[in-house]
Design a protein around this ligand. Structure first.
Ligand SMILES: *Cc1c(COP(=O)(O)O)cnc(C)c1O
Ligand code: SF4
Length: 329
C-alpha cells in the first residue's frame, strides 16, 4: 500500500495508479483515519489514490467516500430493485453493441473500471458475455458500416479509457474510415478519478482524428474536481474535445440544491458543461442511494432559479424500451 502522505504517487503513470488502487477495506479505513469495519458485499472496493486524496480524513460522511465505501445497506433488497434494471441484454444485436436510439450506437468495450462506484448497475452486469473479441470487432465495424443512419459511436463500459491507447487508436481509425460516422463519444470517469490518464499517447490519437470527439465525464460532487482534474480538462479542451458531464442523483451525496449548484459551478470552472442528472437505476444493493423522483424535479427547479440555463443538467431516467432517455419534468 502506498501511503497518501508520500506524494510521490502523483508522478506514477495512470496504469500504475490503476494497479495501485486501494482494494480492501482495511487499507481504505487506515488511509483515511477511520475506524475499522467489515466489507459487506461481493462487489469489491476499488479507490485509486488521486481520488482517495480528495476525501476528507476521518469523516465517514464525506461525499466522495460514500460513493466508494460499502455499507451494510447494500445487503438489503428493496421492492422494484433488480440485478439488471436496464434489460440491456435485450438490445444487443451483436456482442458488445447496444443499439436503442436513433443515429447512435453504444459499444461496451470493456467491463473494467478504475474505481468501483457503489451505486453502479455494473455490479451485476455479465460483462464477459458482452464485450467484443477481435473477430467480433470486425462484425461490429461491418454492422456500423452497413447502417448509414448511424453517425455517432459511443464507447462505454466499464470505462473505455481502461483500454490501452493503441487499442483506442485502432478503434478510432476503423470508425474514421466509415464515411457516415462524424462523432466518437466516450462515457468515462477516468479523467476525473485519475487525471494522469490524459497522457501523451491519448492526446496523440485524439489530435489526429477527423471525428468530433466528445467526453461525457462522470462527476457527482464538486469535491471530485481538484487542480489536477482542471489541468487535464484544459488539455483535452485544447485538443478540441467537447467536455460534458453526467451525474447520478445520490442520497446523502448530492441531493441538495447547494451541492448541485456547487457541482455545476465546479464543472464549468473545469470547462465541462452539465449534461444529464440521472435518477438512480434501481439496481439491487443501491436502494439506500435512491432519491425520490418528485424531489429530483424540485431540485432541478431550484437549480433553474439559481443558475444560467447552460449549467442546469437535464433530469433523466433510463426506461427500458424507450427511444431516448426519459426527460423527467
Ligand atoms: C445513454 C445512451 C445513449 C446516448 O444517449 P444520448 O441521449 O445521446 O446521450 C445511446 N445509447 C444507449 C444504449 C444509451 O444508454
Ligand atoms: S461504470 Fe462508471 S459508475 Fe459504474 S463503477 Fe465504473 S466508473 Fe463507476
Amino acid at each position: 500500500m502506498i501511503p497518501l502522505t508520500d506524494t510521490s504517487w502523483q508522478s506514477l503513470s495512470w496504469q500504475d495508479l490503476v494497479i495501485g488502487a486501494i482494494s480492501n477495506i482495511n487499507d481504505l479505513t487506515q488511509q483515511l483515519n477511520l475506524p475499522q469495519m467489515p466489507h459487506y458485499s461481493a462487489f469489491p472496493i476499488k479507490v485509486p489514490l488521486p481520488y482517495l486524496s480528495r476525501i476528507e480524513l476521518g469523516n465517514p460522511q464525506d461525499p466522495l467516500l460514500r460513493q466508494v465505501l460499502c455499507l451494510p445497506a447494500e445487503l438489503q433488497n428493496s421492492p422494484g430493485f433488480t440485478d439488471h434494471p436496464l434489460d440491456e441484454a435485450n438490445y444487443t444485436p451483436l456482442p458488445g453493441l447496444i443499439q436503442k436510439y436513433q443515429g447512435r450506437v453504444l459499444i461496451i468495450v470493456t467491463g473494467s473500471c478504475a474505481i468501483n462506484c457503489r451505486y453502479c448497475f455494473r455490479r451485476h452486469f455479465p460483462y464477459q458475455d458482452f464485450q467484443p473479441d477481435s473477430r467480433q470487432w470486425q462484425l461490429l465495424f461491418e454492422h456500423i458500416h452497413n447502417d448509414d443512419s448511424i453517425t455517432e459511436v459511443i464507447l462505454s463500459g466499464g470505462d473505455p479509457l481502461m483500454l490501452p491507447d493503441k487499442r483506442l487508436q485502432w478503434i478510432e481509425s476503423q470508425l474514421a474510415a466509415i464515411p457516415h460516422i462524424t462523432t466518437l463519444r466516450l462515457h468515462t470517469r477516468l479523467p476525473v478519478v485519475i487525471p494522469q490518464r490524459i497522457c501523451p499517447d491519448l492526446l496523440n490519437w485524439i489530435a489526429k482524428s477527423r471525428l468530433n470527439i466528445v467526453f461525457v465525464n462522470h462527476v457527482n460532487h464538486a469535491n471530485e474536481i481538484d487542480a489536477k482534474v482542471i489541468e487535464a480538462m484544459q488539455i483535452l479542451a485544447q485538443h478540441r474535445v467537447v467536455l460534458l458531464n453526467q451525474s447520478v442523483l445520490l442520497k446523502g451525496i448530492n441531493d441538495a440544491t447547494d451541492e448541485l449548484v456547487n457541482l455545476s459551478n465546479a464543472l464549468f470552472g473545469a470547462g465541462i458543461l452539465p449534461y444529464y442528472l440521472h435518477l438512480l437505476d434501481p439496481v439491487n444493493g443501491a436502494a439506500h442511494f435512491d432519491v425520490d423522483q418528485q424531489q429530483g424535479i424540485s431540485l432541478i427547479n431550484q437549480l433553474r432559479d439559481r443558475l444560467p440555463g447552460y449549467l442546469v443538467p437535464k433530469l433523466v431516467r433510463e426506461v427500458p424500451g424507450d427511444t431516448a432517455k426519459s426527460l423527467i419534468r
